[in-house]
Design a protein around this ligand. Sequence first.
Ligand SMILES: [Mg+2]
Length: 461
Amino acid sequence: MPIEIPLENRIFVNRTLNLNSIKLIGFDMDYTLILYNEDSLEDLAYRGAIEYLLSELKYPKEISKFTFNPSKVIRGLVVDKQEGALLKINRFGYVKAALYGHSFLERDQLKRKYQDFTVHFNDSRFEVFPTMFNLALGCLYSDLVELGNLKKTYEELFLEVTEAINEIHRNGYLKSRIISDPARYVRKEPELIDTLLMFKSFGKSLALVTNSEWDYTDQIMKFVCQDFLGKLKNWSDLFEVVVVDAQKPDFFSGNNKFYEVISQSGHLKNVTGGLKKGGIYQGGNSKEIEKLFQVSPSQILFVGDHIYSDVYQSKRSCRWRTMLVIHELEEDLLAAKGAHSHLASIEELMKEKEELELNVDVLKMEEKGCLLRKDPFHQNPKDLPLLREEIKKIDESVRVEILEFEKNFNIHWGELMWAGNDQSYLGMAIERYACVYTSRVSNFLNYSPVHYFRPKLKTYF
Ligand SMILES: [Mg+2]
């Protein structure tokens, strides 16, 4: 009997992946190799964006009193820029929950606004939150919608909050604060380095491909890796090539030029005579990386946290194999474990209910002089009012169990991967674009570097 890997540390498989045939593993950095303390980092982004709105866009002073509430937004939500709402949609694009300002729409309001309506992303009215970096954006947007009276359309409001968040990422506001106090924002995880060293000992080539610039990458990777490097001198020795400011997703589809980074000074120089292993580069493109390592697309696994920039594009444009890292999945899986007894009770109650409903069907058919080919209740019929009473009691018990089950997950939005009984949009996107997915890179330590990942067997029952 194999040792059971805890649910929260498993790697989940959508498409077969044989690690034995993978020669090169590329990693994104932010929220992939490096796990941030999401609440502290997003609070910093939230405060920074407010400062920007106050100073640059002259928003009213009262927004300085806003406080960041991290539970209000989860990855995979969709912004409806026309209505000023955040939506949770299912795999078919139907809206299952909507937050307007600080209030969720009641069932009848939801029906009025979104019934018979599906969200399509070719409509610019909608935008999805594909990474953890969107938490501050979503939270600030709904706080401003709640405030009202800003004499702006919801769309203008969203554009300005997006501008504020992008600007503090671009102008160094966030990075300078993270670097000055990394212990507050960045998690140190020795197992991460163990994972990379394990892959190296099996002869896998490793690459870092990040959109962050060299200075920030160097300082953060140093902070996370330095104490655990063993015989290696620098964190960059973990990788055969490091690419900063990679401009993903263009990196996967374009022909951008590589520049060599002089690691001591951060200065750039032209690449002469092609890329070299051990090099640190800026910009560039995926084709040159394939050439450097002389590998085919199916021999490359790219690991990232951004559903589109890292996973969708590397798969679509390059046919690389993909792994998505969803750190918050860990919390959801722990919650699912804690809520398991409620799920089991719901399943049991639903079985009872189905049996009673079948009994009702049999009685109704008898009224019309019909019989089921196999009537399981023929010997022991119950009367209709009694059956209806029992079904009502079960419905109430199911309702209570569902409420208890849901209490374990995000208080506002519930499970990440599910929207009621359907897969959520996020769950669908993960299944469609990622070959495998997990909550952190170090979960590889539960598997050998030549493991054959297979999806669950197909079953009709
Ligand atoms: Mg990232």
